[in-house]
Design a protein around this ligand. Sequence first.
Ligand SMILES: O=C(O)CCC(=O)C(=O)O
Ligand SMILES: [Fe+2]
Length: 360
Amino acid sequence: MATETATKTYSKIQLLTLNGPEYRRVSTAPPRAPLANEIPLIDLGQIDGDLAARKEIAQNIRLAAENTGFFYVYNHGISPDLIRNALHQAQAFFDQPINAKEKVSRRKYENFQGYHGVGTTQINDTETKDNKETFSIRYDESNDPLHANSPTQPTSSSRSLDELWTGVSHLPGFRTATVEFWQQRLNLARKLVRILALALDLEESYFDDVITHPGADALYIHYPGVVDPSDSANVDVGIGSHTDIQCFTLLWQDNSGGLQVLSNEGEWIDAKPIEGTFVVNIADFLQRLSNNRFKSTVHRVYNRQTASRYSMPFFLGFNADSVCSVVPTCVDEEHPPLYEPISCGKWHHDRLALASLKKT
Ligand SMILES: O=C(O)CCC(=O)C(=O)O
Ligand SMILES: [Fe+2]
């Protein structure tokens, strides 16, 4: 009689990095539920409270950032009505015929803004093409409440952005809801940067000078449903295995499920949707500045249902031109800096260029 052994099988995924390809061992077992400390729920209710309250949030975030780099936040202060409205706008945009969406094709704008069609991206070339379509906007000073009193001069890129907004102006309320949701997440992200400084034992204001004109990229993503979810041969990824590039991501996801995070042991875990939360994950640039103390963790999305899945990520990076070094609190004799200083803009640009070079 055969004895059952608890042997686990693993495959390998490849990730693109500026230091060459990196490989991760990945269990072939179906995703499991996370342990409580793998993707903890963190209460931000006191983020505007006194220093002791902010330090308590920082302590919780530090533990999560050093473990998987993924956590949920609640009591984040962004109104559910605004989120619902943004979601309806995203759905209205994606429900349009393809030629209406192509009018704002990202090929016409700088920095990947605008529309990317289904199957036009492949974030991991050892997996399938990404089965998703997206609408993206980037940081725009004229939308930033921090600079409300400093009128900006029109530039060629602001003129091309006007064209982008004109291309969606037939969708009532689209621009207003999209910009307001972007502004509120930028505001929350700036507060989180100060909490992250505390979590790294730095002065709370340590990063203030590098978030005056930050990377602040907001996406609407639509993952089309699959025709037959029981068809196990059809395993197109929604978005392939990857790490995020800049400092951290604030992600709103609908109730579909499908977001999976790679555990420290190489098993997929489900970052299941939790009403009223954002999923936050540390990204590569912050891992780098923390000398690998904070973790930028591999994740992916599968939409294995007939219905559409929608998500709305917001990626925060530091000012594109500010050169940043590994922070002093993460360096000592036993832990020399592992990385050279670099700006987040160059880091982001080179990573994106690497991905597109691979495709040509
Ligand atoms: O759609 C999601 O839930 C996650 C998307 C994501 O990981 C990304 O856009 O980097
Ligand atoms: Fe991601």
